[in-house]
Structure formats: C-alpha cells, structure tokens
Design a protein around this ligand. Sequence first.
Ligand SMILES: NC(=O)c1ccc[n+]([C@@H]2O[C@H](COP(=O)([O-])OP(=O)(O)OC[C@H]3O[C@@H](n4cnc5c(N)ncnc54)[C@H](O)[C@@H]3O)[C@@H](O)[C@H]2O)c1
Length: 457
Amino acid sequence: MAEDHDPHNISRRKFMTRTAIGGAGLIIANDVLSSNLLAATPKPATQTMMGVPFEAREQVRMGIIGVGGRGSSLLRDLLAVDNVEVRAICDLLPEKVERAQKAVTDGGQPKPAGFSGGEWDFKNLNQLDLDIVYIATPWNWHVPMAVDVMKNGKHAAVEVPAATTLEECWDLVNSSEATRKHCVILENCCYGSNEMMVLQMVRDGSFGEITHGEAAYIHDLRGVLTANEGEGLWRRFPHMKRNGNLYPTHGLGPVAHYMDIHRSDRFDYMVSVSSNQASLSAYVKSNFADADPKRAEKYICGDMNTSIIKTVQGRTILLQHDVVNPRPYSRLNLISGTKGAFADYPARVFMDGQKEDDWQKIDAFREKYEHPLWKTAGEMARKTGGHGGMDYIMNYRLMDCLKRGLPPDIDVYDAAAWSAPTPLSERSVAENGAPQKFPDFTRDHWKARSDSPLFAG
Ligand SMILES: NC(=O)c1ccc[n+]([C@@H]2O[C@H](COP(=O)([O-])OP(=O)(O)OC[C@H]3O[C@@H](n4cnc5c(N)ncnc54)[C@H](O)[C@@H]3O)[C@@H](O)[C@H]2O)c1
C-alpha cells in the first residue's frame, strides 16, 4: 500500500525513527501529533464505501434494537413513512418489546418478531431477512451490535455517538468496507430546518469562503442522568470514568456539512481542555439522601469541555460539551466566512455591508433557501414531531435513499470522524491540551470524492 494511503503506517515509522534518534525526551510537537495515531489500528483497506449507493427496493424491511426513549420515538417516525415494514424488535425488557409491537400493529402492519432473551438476543434478530437494522441502545452496545448487523448482510443505522474509542471507530469502518454494507450514524441535527437551510446558503456562497464554525451540546441533563430509569441507568457512568467531550456529534455533524468535511476537507487535529467538575456532584448532594448510593459516586468529567478542531484546509471549529450546568439549551451552530455569518439560539444572520450593525432574523432568507426536503416533507415532519421535525426528515430521507438506490447522506467515515472527538478530547485533556491527530478514516479517499454533493439526490 502506498505510504500516503496509510497515515497510520507513516506516523508509526516517523515516530519510531525520531524517538530512536532523539530519545524519548526529545519528541517535538509533530511527533506528538503523529504518535496519537498509534492508538488506531486500521486493518488493510478494502474498497471504500464512500458514495456507494444502496441497492434500490420498493419496500424497506427493518428491525430495531433498543426501544427505550429514543428507539420508541424513531419507531413512531418510521411508521409514518410509506413502504417501510418494521419486521423485528429487540430490547432487554419484554414489556418494551410488547409496547413497540403494539405500536406497529396499531400502525396497520403485521406484528413484528420480538426478541427479549438477554443482552445478546439481538444476534437472533440479525439472522432475519432484513434490509436495515436501527440501533438505539446505550453507547457501549453500538459497535458490537452494528458490526454484527453488517456481518449478517444488513445495513446498520446507529444512534449517536456511533462509537466511543478510536478502535471502535475503526471497527465500524473496517466492517463496513469488508461487508460492503453501510453504517449510517443517525445524526438527526443535520436534518433540522435551520441546518439544512444554512447548508443551502453556504452552497450558494452567501457567507463567502468559510473559515470558522462553532458546535456544542449544551443541555442540562442533571435530572435525566440521575433518574432511576431510562438513561439514568447508564448515561451517568461515563462521567465517573472519562473526562472530555462525551457527546460530540449533535453540534459537529451540521458544521461538518457546512465545511464539506469528507468532500473537500477533513478534520486534521484537535486540542481540548475541561473545566473542573462541580455541578453533577452538587446536584446529587442536594437531591439525594445520604444513604443513596449516588452520594458515594465520584464524577471526573469536567462540567464544560472545550475543544478546537483544525481542518486540513485550515478552518477552525470550536466544540463544547456541557450536560450538567443550569443554562438554556444550545448547539451553538455557528458558521462564519468572508461575506457573513449565521449563528443559532436564536437563529440569526449577519451579512457583510448590511446597514444595521446587528443580526437579522433568519426568516427573511427562508423563502429563497428552505431545503427542498423540508418543502416536500416538512408538513408531515412538523406533525410527527420529534425534535421539531428533524427526526422525521432524517428517517424519511434515509428510507428514500434505500428505496431509490442512492448513497446515504452520512456514511461510516462520518460516523467515525464525528464520534472520534470523544477519545481525542479525553486524551488531550489528560495531556494538558496537547494536540491529537484525527485518523483519516477515509484512507485518503476524501480527496478524490466524485459522488454528488450532500442531499442533492
Ligand atoms: N439523536 C437523538 O436526538 C437522541 C436522543 C436521545 C438518545 N439518543 C441516543 O439513543 C441511544 C438510546 O438512548 P435512549 O434515550 O433511548 O436510552 P434508554 O435507556 O431510554 O433506552 C435504551 C434501551 O436499550 C435497551 N438495551 C440495553 N442493552 C440492550 C441489549 N444488549 N439488547 C437489547 N436492548 C438493550 C434498554 O433496555 C433500553 O430500553 C443512545 O445512544 C443515545 O445517545 C439520541
């Protein structure tokens, strides 16, 4: 394999040469960047999955693993899309499987097969004749489940974040390439009405040359994290083990689209720092009795994690994560270029040369730039609900790509690169903000990408 098609090998060789010459104490910044790649262990590349279309079909036959809060909401959306058959449901809890089966029969479809025989029963669901399997389980299950889905000849659609370590990111990439099955990350925020409209404006050159973006997940989840049900049963535990950005994709996905990441640009490296941890422990202290086991828990994830990503084309992205402080929800969702800027929460636009030195409301741009997908399916999206309609648009579009035989909008390379800030931020925080290189999950294919731009089909 050519050197420039395997950055992992180059880095390893350079790193070993330089440490041999200079001694371990003399590693300079570039070597530190290169050495970060040692954690990633890509197997030899097979053919890329970039731009590979789904095989066309009239009906989509699907299964869902995990029908808690998120899986149930996805199911509601999917039942509203034409020519989608929900044929199988799996969850640890039989009552959740039964509830989901009833939702399907209430929606006028035959009763789907149910699997609730333990934590590996999803493997039996994966033996069925299905086109795609959705995975909406706790984070530690995403990769083992998605890999098994692909190995059994089906496409996988995984909730966010798709993976939590670099090794897991590579497992998804390697499995997708080896099985020739897609692994899509269900990043619903890319399908928001504002996000899709801003993407149209970026494409039209409204903001000029894009140089900077800002992305975040700022959401007060203290109640959810400490509940005795749902995400409270698993989502607090990473806060005791990891210090970094645990949930990077909601903010980052849309900004990656504005910047054409994996089309004409790529994440290069990132630096990250965390504040001290204070809010989750204070919340537990004020809301739970001394005898509650939560009072003995030790949280190490800083309240606010702040990273900066540098892209290969020189752009910067501010990326933040805070799920424990009392403040209003925000994904920042900002993009700035040589002719203007867009910022969200609330959605607003500033154009170079405008008379008032203040933001304009985005509504003035909606008529010209509303995305065709929202024009077609917006009414149903708003009615079905999920997160202002973005969930329906995402599901509608993915099912449409499957039926029409288009490539997915978001592929395994995006799933890996958007999830990688979790391990990279963790490592940077542990090394006092030292830069961490992103593996090129595309193995250099992003440079020669020839399929149509995103959402063009
Ligand atoms: N995209 C979004 O807007 C969004 C919103 C919420 C959650 N999520 C993501 O969705 C996923 C699920 O979150 P949730 O809120 O539904 O959590 P949840 O705890 O409500 O549901 C998870 C479900 O998975 C089941 N489960 C656990 N292990 C299993 C196994 N081995 N086999 C089968 N079922 C298993 C549980 O019984 C539970 O019903 C997470 O990855 C989360 O980050 C995404």
